[in-house]
Design a protein around this ligand. Structure first.
Ligand SMILES: [Zn+2]
Length: 275
């Protein structure tokens, strides 16, 4: 068989590293007074947080002082307990009920929660945590390291990939955030916490993702104007025909029906963020 790469330690910036385990990426920032870690990524493999701890030890003797949950998705969030001896756990307050529902003994609840812009300062390094506010129960945050022009928002901007299923938040709020990311936030590298199709995205990828939302919205409106009912095969076929020339090769494009359902449902006032 061809050689498979299961894990790798990467460096995004002089003080910023990532550990990839299969399709998930944990990120850590090293300072003179400790390490700030985002996501233990211990769901696919419960030993990954141990590997992560050793990977951190491979580049610094500093202990992990903060574990930041990018949001609560078990695949990214599980397994922080290996850092419990030294770390404060940090998350958006809306992550707490999700974590309580998961009730995983290896995943400490955050003791530091927030719902407004919050900054972690450690060893002269400042990391800004921006809630995305995609919906009333949203817990995603943009993690920004201004000094190194690195930003992270898990799941939302994967290059050449349609949004996940029925969208992770209200599409107009996602668009607001994509506009802000593109126009206002300083970064060169944008980390999605995933690998496929690449570990980092650029402003151009953010612009493409934003355009997908706009094109999807316009395609739905055009289908309605042509008489297609919501949730009808005619709606799906009409939207697919409009989007396929541009997005037909994108990952998850075959799940287009879920994106349509999400855009219509969120705008009709449904909250589709159930997990
Ligand atoms: Zn994910």
């Amino acid at each position: 068989m061809p050689i498979e790469s299961i894990a790798e330690l990467v460096q995004f910036a002089p003080d910023t590293y990532g550990l990839r385990w299969l399709q998930h990426v944990a990120v850590f920032v090293v300072t003179d007074e400790g390490v700030i870690l985002v996501d233990p990524c211990g769901d696919v493999n419960r030993r990954t947080p141990d590997v992560l701890k050793q990977a951190i030890r491979a580049v610094t003797d500093q202990p992990v002082k903060y574990v930041v949950y990018s949001h609560w998705g078990a695949d990214h969030g599980i397994g922080g307990a290996v850092f419990e001896d030294t770390a404060t756990f940090v998350a958006h307050k809306n992550a707490v009920p999700r974590m309580q529902a998961t009730n995983d003994p290896a995943s400490p609840l955050p003791s530091m929660t927030f719902d407004q812009l919050t900054t972690i300062e450690l060893g002269g390094t400042k990391i800004d945590l921006h809630p995305t506010n995609f919906s009333s129960n949203d817990d995603y945050i943009v993690i920004h390291h201004p000094a190194q022009r690195v930003a992270m928002l898990v799941d939302i901007v994967q290059p050449k990939s349609a949004p996940f299923r029925n969208l992770l938040g209200h599409p107009d709020e996602v668009l607001r955030v994509l506009n802000w990311l593109h126009d206002d936030l300083d970064f060169d590298q944008f980390i999605s916490g995933h690998v496929t199709p690449s570990m980092v995205a650029t402003k151009a990828d953010v612009a493409e993702q934003r355009q997908y939302y706009l094109d999807l919205s316009n395609a739905i409106e055009a289908a309605r104007a042509a008489g297609a009912a919501d949730e009808s095969p005619a709606m799906l076929e009409s939207v697919r025909a409009r989007l396929a020339p541009k997005y037909g090769e994108w990952r998850r494009f075959p799940d287009l029906a879920l994106n349509i359902e999400g855009m219509i449902g969120w705008r009709a006032g449904k909250n589709l963020r159930t997990t």
